[in-house]
Design a protein around this ligand. Structure first.
Ligand code: ZN
Length: 111
């Protein structure tokens, strides 16, 4: 019973949408509080990292590598201000265990 209630609260505070997609030149340009936005660290024509706060509300910073020669790597598709990331993002070692896809600025929760 308590477990179900906790789960219900957890799911209620989850985000379902990405805010703004903001390109910056370095990690140091990313603010301490990101909120719903996603930051892309862009050098020249290349996106190197995607940085966001966990959309479950746990405030964990998620920092994804976008450079193909490093592993693990995510592919970012950004069209007219809408962003998709592949594969899914799974915080299996974190307390929240969030697992979600970002597709066209929507957060699709797996678990
Ligand atoms: Zn979380």
């Amino acid at each position: 019973m308590m477990g179900n209630l906790k789960n219900w609260w957890k799911k209620r505070r989850r985000r379902s949408k990405v805010g703004r997609v903001i390109a910056v030149e370095s990690m140091t340009a990313i603010p301490a509080k990101i909120g719903a936005d996603i930051y892309l660290v862009r050098q020249g024509d290349f996106d190197k990292r995607a940085v966001l706060d966990c959309p479950c509300g746990c405030k964990r910073r998620i920092d994804l590598n976008l450079v193909r020669t490093q592993y693990p790597v995510w592919a970012v598709v950004s069209k007219k201000g809408s962003l998709s990331l592949n594969p899914s993002i799974w915080l299996k070692d974190d307390a929240c265990k969030s697992h979600f896809f970002i597709k066209c600025n929507k957060i699709e929760w797996v678990n």
